[in-house]
Write a protein that binds this ligand. Sequence first.
Ligand code: ATP
Length: 608
Amino acid sequence: MAKAADDEKRPKRLIDRWRRFKQNGSLETLIRIVATDGRAHMRGYALATVLLVVVGMTTAASAWIMRDVVNHIFVSRDPMMLWILSAAVIGIFVVKGLASWAQAIVLGRVGNRIVAETQRRFYDSFLRFGLDFFTERASSELINTVVRGAGAIRSVLDTVIMSLARDLVSLISLVAVMLWQAPLMSLAAFTVAPIAIFFVTGLIKRMRKIAQSEYGASTMIVALVQETVYGNKVVKAFGLDHHMRGRMAETIAAVEQRQNKMASLQARTSPLMETLGGVSIAAVIFYAGWNTINFGTSPGEFMSFVTALLLAYEPAKRLARVQIGLEMSLVGARAMYEILDKPPSGTERDDEPALDFSAGRIELRDVDFAYRKGEPVLKGVSFVVERGERIALVGPSGGGKSTIIALIQRFYDATAGAVLVDGQDVRKVAVSSLRRHIASVSQDVFLFSGTVRDNIRLGRLSATDEEVEEAARDAYAFDFIANLPKGFDTDIGENGVQLSGGQRQRLAIARAILKDAPILLLDEATSALDSESERNIQLALDRLVEGRTSVVIAHRLSTILNADRIVVIDRGEVVDIGTHAELLRRGGLYAMLYRYQFSEEKPLVAAQ
Ligand SMILES: Nc1ncnc2c1ncn2[C@@H]1O[C@H](COP(=O)(O)OP(=O)(O)OP(=O)(O)O)[C@@H](O)[C@H]1O
C-alpha cells in the first residue's frame, strides 16, 4: 500500500523538480545555448562529436579486448595471439590518442569563436542602449558579464558535447560490453545507480543558489577595483586606504567563501561515488570469483567485465556531476542573455528619416520630463533658440539645466511636449543625423586611451593631422600639447590622468571645434582654474561659440553678459527669459543668483 502511494507521488515530485528547474531558467538557458550558438556551429560540434564518439568507442574496445587477452594469452597460451593482441592494443590507443587530440583542437577553436562572437554581439547590443541603461547599471556588472558570460556560453556547450559524446557514449558502450559479457553481474553492479542519482539531485539546487551569489560577489570585486582606480585621489586625500582595504577584503572573502562552498559541494560527490563504486566492484569480484572457483567459469569474460566496469566508473562519475558544473556556467550565460535580450532604447533608433537641417533653430515646446515616474524634473519648459543665438541657462543647482541639454541631444525622450530642431521633433528623425549637427562640451571631459591626436580626432574621425593641429591651435591647446614629451603623439594614460583640468577642457574644445557642428551645447566648468588657464579656455570657448547656435549652462560672468538671452531655470521650470540687463531690472531670482553666484567677478558688472 505504502509503496503504491509512494509510486504515485514520485512523478509529481519529478514534475515539481523540473518545474523549479524551469522557473530558475536553467533548462531554457541550456536549450537556448544549444539551439543558437550550438546550432550555428553545428559542423564543428558534429566533427567534435564524431571524434569524441571514437574516443568513447576505443575506451570500450580496450575493455572488450581484455577477454581475448586473458582467454587466448593467459589461458590458451597462444603465441600468435600474443602478437596480434598486443598490436591491437597499440592500435586502439593510438586511435584514441589521435581522436582526443583532434577533438581538443576542434572544440577549442569552435569555443574560441563562440566567445569572440558573443563578446562582439554583447558590445554591439550595448552600444544601442541609451543613457538610461548605463545609469541603471554599474559598469562592473557589464565588465563581469562580458568577461565571464561569453566564456560561460562556451563552457556550457563544451560540457554538453563532452558529456553526451564522450562520457555518455563511453558509458553506453561500456555498459553494452558489461551486459554482453555478464548480464547478471551487470545488474548487480547497477543497483547503486539510484542512490547516486538521489544524492546528486539534492546538491544541484544548493549549487545553483551559491553560484548565483558568487557571481554577484565577483562583480563587487570588479566594482571596487574600478572605484579605487577612478577615485584614487579621494582615497588618498581622505586616507581611505584602510577603509578600502577592509571593503575589498570583505568582498574577496565572500567570493572565496562561496567558491569554497561550490568546491565542497562538487567534492561531496567523491566519497559517495567512490564508496558506491567500491561496493559495486567488490560485489562483482565476489560474485564472479565465486562462480570461477566453484563452477569453473572462464576468467576472460570476468576480466573484460571488470575492465569495462572500472572504465565506466569515471564517465559515470562525471555524468553524475555534470549538472552541478553546468549550474555555475549557466549563471554567467543567463546574465549575458539578460542584456542581449534587452531591446535597444527608443532614443537610439536610427531608422527614421534624417534630420532636414536648415537653420539650426531649437525649440522646447511645453516639455515635461522625469527620470523616474512620479518625480518630475522638468515641467512645461518652453523656449526658442534662433539660428546663431547664444542662450545661457542659469539657475540653482539641480534645477534641470543639464537635463535640458540632454534632451536636445535626445539622450532621453520628453515625457510630454516636444523638442524640435528646425521644426522637426527629435523623436521623429534618425538620431545619428541629429547628433551629427550638435557638438557638446561637458564639464567632466572624458579622454579615451590613445594619443592626444587620437583624442582630438574623435571629434571628426576623417580629419587630417593638419586639421587636428589647427583645431588644437583654435582651442588654445597647441602650445601645451607641443610641450608634451611626444607632442601630439603623447599617450594619454587611462582617462588622461596626467593632464590638468584646464588642459583636458581645451582638448574637449578642440574636439568640438573639429566636429564643426552648427549647434553647440556647453556645460561650462565650475571648477576653479588658474587665471592663465581660465583666460585660455575663455578664448577657446569664444572661438568655439562664434557663428554657432549655442546653449550654454553658464557659470562665468562673461558668458551671461555676452548671451543674447538668458533662460532662468528653477526647480524644473522656466522662471524668466531676457537679457542680462532686462533680468536684472526685473529683480527676482536672477538678480539674486547674479549677486551670489557671479559676485566674485564683480568688476565687470558695469557691462549692464
Ligand atoms: N540620471 C539621472 N537619474 C535620476 N535623476 C537625475 C538624473 N540626472 C539628474 N537627475 C535629477 O534631476 C534633477 C535635475 O538635474 P540636472 O542635472 O538637470 O540639474 P542642473 O540644473 O544641471 O544642476 P547643476 O547645476 O547642479 O548641474 C536633479 O534633481 C537631479 O537629481
